[in-house]
Structure formats: structure tokens, C-alpha cells
Ligand binder design. Structure first.
Ligand SMILES: [Zn+2]
Length: 289
């Protein structure tokens, strides 16, 4: 399966689209069709064996200890090479509160090399019942390129100091950026922002979001993409519908299109519309921060 997944990635095609200030890449990767169309309702989840539990994993899928009850696995249908899934050993629900400390710790340990990320249970995670992070090569997406280059005007800061908090300026999608050097101070501040999201945009079981942490040159950068919906309104496999199920990587400007027709047809304007539909309203986020 892994060989097939790596082949799919190696044979994937990439195309750039733009709209206003938005610059995105589309990746045509048929290997991701299962993940993009995964049913994540409680009934479907309960009916399938959990593919992140050790007892159900293929015998040849060996893990490397990631410490603290987590394990590094190679993602069998990667978007990047390498692309790791980092589940807990224990079968427990996908929750940002539980794995946020681990996300920061891993980002620091993998400093300068990997971006560690989290997809919320209704925001792109195809195993919402089993807690997991993912790790991908640092800086490989359009959003991270701007974030790391610290492009002037990319972020409107609301708070500056030991830990700074701000919101990305146009274009879509709006993202909260938190930057600081000390891990425990960062953790406390990120938790505060997530608590604010829970208060302003209450959803069950947690505020809908995608999150990433990366660490370079002694600084953490945590990015939260507050989400309003799981999938765009015209999501589907029928004519005229789009099979794009946005997770963190898609929010970072690398949209995975498992179907050829979406890859060929999607315009920058259509991508901007997808971002607008699945993201929280920018003005409300500015007021919240
Ligand atoms: Zn499991």
C-alpha cells in the first residue's frame, strides 16, 4: 500500500492558481481519494476497524517511538515525502487540548526540519476517533513560505511581546498566528486563544480548527485556522461538485485534488470561495483577538 501511495505522490501533478493576492498550488493525487471522501460520522467510524490502532495496522507498518505514548508511522498515502502520522498508542478521541503540548514538543525536537500539525475531528481528520498529529517537511507550502519569510504586512499583530498574537491579512483564509520563544509560555497563550475560540464559536466537541506548530531559529510559530464547516457546500463526486476536503495542508495553500476534473477545472477564484466557506469570518476573528 505504501509503495502505491509513494508512486501516486511521485506521479502527482502540480499546478498553480491565483486570485487577487492568493497564490495556491493544486496537487492532483488520486491516492488521496479515500481520505478526501472518508465518511467521518459516528456511525461509519464505529463500523470500521480503527486503522491507527496497533492491532489493526498491517504487520509491515513498523513504528518509531515518539515518546509520551506517541509513535511515528509513515503515512501510507502521503502528500509529501516523507509524511508521518503520529498517533497515540491508546485509542482516544481527536482533541486539540490533549495533544497540544506534544505538538509543541515535537516541533521543537524537529526544529528546522518538520512542521507538526493537527486536523480537528470535523476539519479533515479521517480518524476522528483516534488522536493523531502529522509531520511534514517544514516550509513546503505557500503559506509557510510567507510565514517564515515574515513578509511585511502578512500578519496584523494584536498583541506583541514575549509571545505575539495576530491575524493574517488578506487574502483568504484568515489564520491566527502566535509567535514566541519559550515553550511553556507559548502553550499557555495558545490554550488561551483556543479557549476564546470555544467561547466565540462554540461547536461540539471543541472549536473547529486546523493547527500547526513549527520551530526555527529559536522561535515557535503556531498557526490556527478557525473553521466554520468541514467541507465546501458543493463537496461531492457528482458533476459540478468538487472533491476537495480541506485539512491543514489545503488551508496552507496546497490543495489536494484526487480527481482529474477538479485539478483541471479549479480556478483561484473557486479556491478563494472554498476558503471563505470553510473559514470563520475575518471581522469576527479581529473582534475576538
Ligand atoms: Zn484506534
Amino acid at each position: 500500500m505504501m509503495t502505491k501511495g509513494v508512486d501516486c505522490l511521485a506521479n502527482s501533478e502540480v499546478r498553480e492558481v491565483a486570485f487577487g493576492g492568493l497564490r495556491c498550488r493544486l496537487q492532483f493525487n488520486p491516492g488521496r481519494a479515500v481520505s478526501a471522501s472518508a465518511k467521518v460520522d459516528a456511525k461509519s467510524i464505529a463500523a470500521r476497524p480503527c486503522f491507527l490502532c496497533e492491532k489493526n495496522r498491517p504487520a509491515e507498518q513498523r513504528g518509531v517511538d515518539a515518546g509520551g505514548g506517541y509513535v511515528f508511522l509513515c503515512n501510507p498515502m502521503p502528500i509529501f515525502n516523507p509524511h508521518f502520522t503520529v498517533p497515540t498508542l491508546e485509542h482516544q478521541p481527536q482533541r486539540i487540548d490533549t495533544c497540544l503540548p506534544k505538538m509543541l514538543e515535537l516541533a521543537e525536537r524537529l526544529s528546522g526540519q518538520f512542521t507538526v500539525f493537527y486536523n480537528g475531528p470535523r476539519c479533515g481528520a479521517s480518524a476522528p476517533d483516534h488522536l493523531h498529529l502529522q509531520a511534514i517537511p517544514l516550509g513546503a507550502t505557500p503559506f509557510e513560505e510567507q510565514l517564515i519569510a515574515d513578509v511585511d504586512g502578512f500578519i496584523n499583530w494584536s498583541v506583541t511581546g514575549d509571545v505575539s498574537v495576530g491575524l493574517t491579512a488578506d487574502p483568504e483564509p484568515p489564520a491566527i498566528v502566535i509567535v514566541g520563544g519559550d515553550r511553556s509560555t507559548m502553550l499557555a497563550r495558545v490554550e488561551e486563544v483556543i479557549a476564546k475560540l470555544a467561547e466565540h464559536f462554540p461547536t461540539d466537541p471543541e472549536p473547529m480548527l486546523n493547527a500547526l506548530a513549527l520551530h526555527t531559529d529559536g522561535l515557535f510559530r503556531v498557526v490556527l485556522f478557525p473553521r466554520a464547516s468541514h467541507r465546501p457546500t458543493n463537496f461531492g463526486t457528482d458533476d459540478g461538485q468538487i472533491l476537495v476536503s480541506p485539512g491543514l495542508v489545503d488551508m496552507l495553500g496546497l490543495l489536494i485534488t484526487p480527481r482529474r476534473e477538479d485539478f483541471d477545472k479549479l480556478t483561484g477564484e473557486a479556491v478563494a470561495k472554498i476558503y471563505q466557506e470553510v473559514s470563520r469570518d475575518r471581522q469576527r476573528l479581529i473582534e475576538m483577538l
